[in-house]
Design a protein around this ligand. Structure first.
Ligand SMILES: [Zn+2]
Ligand SMILES: [Zn+2]
Length: 260
């Protein structure tokens, strides 16, 4: 059985003392495929993440997070282009809109979001979307940018999905996979569970978003990729499918966008 963590932040300083052990524990738990997100705020921010690409099964994405959108400029874009040309860097992300934290105003968030989608299209990469308290604007941007989608093409991943089923449906029709995080293991997770029940297995991915959002029974602690097993177990319980089958379906979804 192969488990997949489609989203984490291994460049986070909370791993500076034991990053290799964290990766080793993931391997031991069967988490053989990882997509790690390198958040770009300035030049050279990619270095820590790029060093991880020597490990088998680790892939990376780079992007300017919506919270840092006001930092987006031509210099950063040139740097992004450079790192996106590196082998095993498969996606632009995480990008999107976050109206919960107000570090960057809405106009600069929408600007950086669109610019990075256009960059991804030009470089033939998929995108990883972060959307918080911004469902309507997120869907509007995606509709605008992906309205002439062809041939069931997968355009990217809605990471740590917490929206409504209607939003999930709309994102799927625009060519996005829906990735579920540890939130589905929380006791008060009624709404995300309802959404998970309805989203077809063909569009589901699993992620930790580590070091954030550790699943039960690790809630409140530092999260790590090995814990994605708990999230897959929850998907298997909600979907009433064997864990093995859930792993296989998630792997086949992963292969729709990452060709390894
Ligand atoms: Zn995020
Ligand atoms: Zn993230």
């Amino acid at each position: 059985m192969i488990f997949i963590d489609s989203h984490n932040h291994l460049d986070d300083e909370r791993y500076d003392n034991d990053r290799e052990d964290v990766i080793l524990r993931a391997k031991e738990a069967g988490v053989e495929l990882i997509l790690t997100i390198g958040t770009i705020e300035k030049i050279n921010d990619a270095d820590k993440t790029l060093r991880l690409l020597d490990c088998e099964g680790i892939y990376a994405a780079f992007g300017v997070h919506p919270q840092d959108a006001s930092l987006y400029n031509e210099t950063i874009e040139e740097y992004l282009k450079e790192v996106l040309s590196i082998h095993k860097v498969v996606a632009v992300g995480e990008i999107g809109l976050d109206y919960y934290y107000k570090n960057s105003d809405r106009a600069s968030q929408i600007h950086a979001f669109k610019k990075q989608i256009q960059l991804a299209k030009k470089l033939n990469k998929f995108i990883i979307i972060h959307s918080r308290d911004a469902a309507i604007d997120t869907v509007n941007v995606l509709r605008e940018e992906f309205k002439d989608r062809k041939d069931e093409k997968i355009n990217g991943i809605m990471h740590c999905f917490s929206g409504s089923y209607e939003m999930a449906e709309e994102c799927i029709s625009l060519g996005f996979l829906i990735s579920f995080s540890g939130i589905i293991t929380f006791e008060n997770a009624k709404k995300p569970i309802e959404v998970l029940k309805k989203v077809p297995m063909d569009f589901i991915l699993s992620e930790t978003d580590a070091p954030y959002l550790a699943p039960v029974p690790y809630r409140g602690k530092r999260n790590e990729p090995a814990y994605v097993v708990k999230i897959v177990e929850k998907i298997s319980a909600v979907k009433n499918l064997e864990i093995k089958e859930v792993c296989e379906r998630i792997l086949s979804n992963w292969k729709k966008i990452i060709h390894c």
